[in-house]
Ligand binder design. Structure first.
Ligand code: GH3
Ligand code: MG
Ligand code: MG
Ligand code: MG
Ligand code: MG
Length: 306
């Protein structure tokens, strides 16, 4: 991850009813960021929504809508609420300054402009904004790492359980049907023993891809660990779930996995159970699915048991 704060691509919206002020600010800031402008409050709101600038310089006294009203509207719209606003005003009146800051302005610059001060204040805010964005990206990445299985890119155990918990809550509240399938690759130890661990990993990835290809957007597919996977089919009664399981079994069985020129045949066993309102906890359903999986292994593998 890049840790330098880069503000060179930033965009600033200057809002002032006096063209001369716009011209002066645009000249001062031309090397700091890309600048656009509005000559009134209404136009500023439209432009802010449409272009989501990184910073807004906002005049207070404007005939069509004053700056205080503009910032109130910016803050009340989730699309624009987080765009930092610096007020630009001629009366460096303390009360006015306080009102602006209370309404959510992040800083203040006063006319007549001191170019160096304007550039410094604007750059500081753009830097803070870039920093906040970087933290946000980092959070998204951490969340992804915490919920994704790194070998297959599927939901990991934790994410799968979380998704199942949500689904159970939904069933408790609104009713409906869902089913859970547990799958465990058959004699997978012998794949590793015969071809090595890298081959085993390649088989796990390929199987994950094939099975994912049989599922719908609304299904959740996770790797619980090792060579064990699980599917949560929301809105799916068991008879439909059985059709899904058949496709899954076939997709794994029908073609060998080709790895380094070797053909590796693999099958999987599947245990399925409905997830029911009133199950109390997802562990009750997972235990039933596990029992069904065990039955599938005992019955000869490469099949579904419910
Ligand atoms: P069964 O049909 O009864 O499930 O037999 P099995 O050999 O699949 O069962 P067992 O649980 O004995 O073996 C699972 C094997 O899966 C053991 C381990 O070598 C392998 N395995 C688990 N996780 C991974 C992994 O991340 N990568 C690879 N390559 N192998 C794994
Ligand atoms: Mg004005
Ligand atoms: Mg296993
Ligand atoms: Mg196994
Ligand atoms: Mg088990």
């Amino acid at each position: 991850m890049n840790t330098d704060l880069d503000i060179s691509g930033s965009r600033i919206l200057i809002v002032d009813d006096a063209r001369e002020n716009v011209r002066i600010l645009a000249t001062i800031l031309k090397d700091v960021a890309a600048v656009s402008f509005s000559l009134g409050g209404m136009d500023a709101l439209t432009k802010a929504k449409a272009t989501l600038p990184d910073l807004i310089l906002l005049d207070i006294e404007m005939p069509d809508m004053n700056g205080h009203e503009v910032i109130i509207r910016l803050k009340s719209d989730p699309r624009t609420a987080l765009i930092p606003v610096i007020f630009v005003t001629s009366h460096a009146d303390v009360e006015d300054e306080e009102a602006g800051l209370r309404l959510g302005a992040i800083d203040y610059i006063t006319k007549p402009f001191n170019p160096a001060i304007v550039r410094a204040r604007v750059s500081n805010q753009l830097m803070l904004r870039a920093y906040a964005k970087q933290l946000e990206d980092l959070n998204v990445e951490l969340e992804r790492l915490a919920t994704t299985d790194s070998l297959t890119g599927l939901a990991n155990r934790r994410a799968f359980r979380e998704r199942m918990t949500q689904e159970l809550r939904r069933l408790d509240r609104y009713g409906g049907e869902a089913c859970v399938m547990m799958m465990d690759l058959d004699h997978f130890k012998s794949v590793n023993d015969s071809y090595g661990h890298d081959a085993g990993d390649a088989v796990l990835r390929e199987v994950a891809e094939r099975v994912a290809g049989q599922l719908r957007e609304t299904d959740t597919f996770g790797r619980l660990g090792g060579e064990e996977f699980a599917i949560l089919a929301a809105g799916t009664p068991v008879d439909q779930g059985a059709l899904v399981a058949d496709r899954v079994l076939r997709s794994v069985r029908e073609e060998p996995v080709v790895w380094n020129g070797l053909e590796i045949t693999v099958t999987t066993s599947v245990g399925m159970t409905p997830l029911r309102a009133g199950d109390g906890s997802i562990d009750a359903a997972l235990a039933r699915a596990d029992q069904a999986l065990y039955a599938s292994k005992n019955a000869g593998r490469d099949r579904l048991e419910v």
